[in-house]
Design a binder for this molecule. Structure first.
Ligand code: SF4
Ligand code: SF4
Length: 412
C-alpha cells in the first residue's frame, strides 16, 4: 500500500496536476498557528468515540511510517504545504472528536455501501471508523421512536458542532410526499431542514445529494433536487460522484477539524482540493488521446492496448474529480483504468448530459467550472479530425449507545 500512497502523493504534488493556490508564506504561517491552537482545543475535549485509532492501524497491519506517509500524501491532497503534515497526523488522531450525523434521503445507499464493502480498509476508511458517527439512518440498529430519540439527543448534545452528512436527493413533488421518514411521516425536505438547523456545516455526499443525481434525471418524476436547493442558511460542501470517494470525505472532515473552516470551494460548492482536477489531464490514457489512438469498438485491438476511450463516450475532458489520482478500492483502480469511459458522475445533470456511450463532439457543452479550453464541440472535433449509532464504518457492530457507555457519557 505504501507504494500506492507514494504514487498518489507524487501525482498531487506534480506540476502538471497541482492546483495552484496563489497563497503566500505569511498566509500559511498564520493558518499554521490557527490550526495548532484549534488542535489544542480539540485535545482538551472529551472524545465521543473511544475507538483507538492506533489499535485499528495495528489490526490492519499499518505501521507508523506508513501512516505518516499517508498524512504527507493527505496534506498534499488538501493543498497544504509539507509543514502541515504533523498537524494533519495529529488531527487524524483527534477525529473521534468530530461528531457526524448522517441522513439518508432518496438514493440507492451507494455511498454508505461503498464504505461498508471496502475490504482490507486503507487508512482513509479506517479514519472513517473513528469519527464520532452519532446517527446513521441506514446503518444504525435503532429504529422507529428509538431512532428519532437518538437523533434528537445527538442534535441537542452537539448543537452547532456537528457536521451533517446527507446522502440522497430531496423529492419536492407532491409537497415532498414521495419521501417520508419516521413514525410521524416527516418529509425528507422537512427532515433535512430540521437537522441542518443546528449543524456547523452540511456536507452533501454523492451525485444525488449534490445535484439530484439519477432521481433527478429526466423526467424527474419526484421533483428531486440536491441539498443546496433546500438548505440556504448553512455552509454547504458538495462531494459529488457516484459513489463519493472516501478519501474526499476524510479530507473534508480533516480540514474542518484542523482549521474549523470549510475548505475552499468552487462555484458548485465542491472542495477545490478534490474537484480542481480535470479527469482528462491526469488520465493514464491521455498519451493515446494526443496520439489519436482510440478504442473504436468494445473488445477491439485498441481496447486490448488500453487506448483512449473518447470515441466510446468518455466524458473525462469535461469532468472535474480527483478519482484519476486517488482512485477507488485502496487506490487499486478506477473506471477508466478498467476500460470504461468516464460518465461525468461528479458534474450536475450527469445522467442526462453525460451517461451515454458516444462522444460529445456534437454536444456544445462547456464544463460548468470552466477550465476546458474550448467547447467540447471544438475540442472533440479538432482532435478527432487529427484522428452511534456508533458506526465504525467497518466495525459497524458498535452502537452509539454502547460507545457512549464506554465513554461514560449518557444523554438519556
Ligand atoms: S478522453 Fe477519457 S480515456 Fe481518453 S484521455 Fe481523456 S479522460 Fe482518458
Ligand atoms: S471516472 Fe468519471 S464517472 Fe467514473 S468515478 Fe470518476 S468522475 Fe465518476
Amino acid at each position: 500500500m505504501s507504494d500506492k500512497i507514494e504514487a498518489v502523493k507524487k501525482l498531487f504534488t506534480s506540476k502538471s496536476s497541482r492546483v495552484e493556490t496563489n497563497k503566500g508564506d505569511a498566509y500559511y504561517q498564520e493558518l499554521f498557528q490557527k490550526c495548532e491552537a484549534r488542535l489544542n482545543e480539540m485535545r482538551a475535549m472529551e472524545p465521543t468515540n473511544r475507538v483507538d485509532f492506533s489499535e485499528l492501524l495495528e489490526e490492519n497491519g499499518i505501521d507508523r511510517r506508513e501512516f505518516m506517509k499517508w498524512a504527507s500524501a493527505t496534506t498534499a491532497m488538501l493543498m497544504l504545504p509539507p509543514m502541515f503534515t504533523p498537524l494533519v497526523a495529529d488531527a487524524t488522531l483527534l477525529m473521534n472528536r468530530a461528531p457526524v450525523i448522517w441522513l439518508e434521503l432518496q438514493d440507492c445507499a451507494g455511498n454508505s455501501e461503498a464504505l461498508l464493502r471496502a475490504d482490507g480498509p486503507k487508512i482513509d476508511e479506517i479514519v472513517l471508523d473513528i469519527i464520532s458517527l452519532e446517527y446513521h439512518e441506514t446503518l444504525q440498529a435503532a429504529a422507529g421512536y428509538q431512532a428519532e430519540k437518538q437523533l434528537d439527543e445527538a442534535m441537542e448534545h452537539f448543537k452547532g458542532k456537528y457536521l451533517l452528512f446527507v446522502e440522497g436527493s430531496v423529492p419536492m413533488g407532491m409537497n415532498g410526499q414521495y419521501g417520508t421518514i419516521g413514525a410521524k411521516a416527516e418529509t425528507f425536505h422537512d427532515h433535512l431542514v430540521r437537522c441542518s438547523e443546528n449543524a456547523a456545516a452540511v456536507v452533501a455526499v454523492g451525485a444525488c445529494a449534490t445535484f439530484g443525481g439519477v432521481p433527478a434525471a429526466s423526467p424527474n418524476p419526484t421533483g428531486a433536487v440536491g441539498v443546496m436547493e433546500v438548505v440556504k442558511n448553512k455552509p454547504i460542501i458538495n462531494i459529488p460522484a457516484c459513489p463519493a470517494n472516501p478519501a474526499n470525505m476524510v479530507g473534508v472532515i480533516l480540514h474542518y477539524l484542523l482549521t474549523g473552516q470549510v475548505p475552499e470551494l468552487d462555484s458548485l460548492l465542491r472542495p477545490k482540493f478534490a474537484f480542481g482536477y480535470r479527469i482528462h489531464d491526469n488520465c493514464e490514457r491521455r498519451a493515446h488521446f494526443d496520439a489519436g489512438e482510440y478504442v473504436e469498438e468494445w473488445g477491439d485491438k485498441g481496447a486490448q492496448n488500453n487506448f483512449c476511450l473518447y470515441k466510446m463516450g468518455c466524458k473525462g475532458p469535461m469532468t472535474f474529480n480527483n478519482c484519476s489520482i486517488v482512485r477507488y478500492n485502496e487506490a487499486i483502480n478506477w473506471p477508466i483504468g478498467v476500460g470504461r469511459g468516464c460518465i461525468g458522475c461528479s458534474e450536475p445533470d450527469f445522467w442526462d448530459k453525460y451517461a451515454y456511450e458516444r462522444p460529445m463532439a456534437d454536444a456544445k457543452i462547456k464544463a460548468p467550472t470552466g477550465g476546458v479550453e474550448k467547447t467540447v464541440d471544438e475540442f472533440g472535433l479538432g482532435m478527432l479530425t487529427a484522428v452511534g449509532i456508533g458506526i465504525g464504518i467497518h466495525a459497524a457492530a458498535s452502537a452509539v449507545a454502547g460507545k457512549r457507555e464506554k465513554s461514560g457519557e449518557s444523554h438519556e
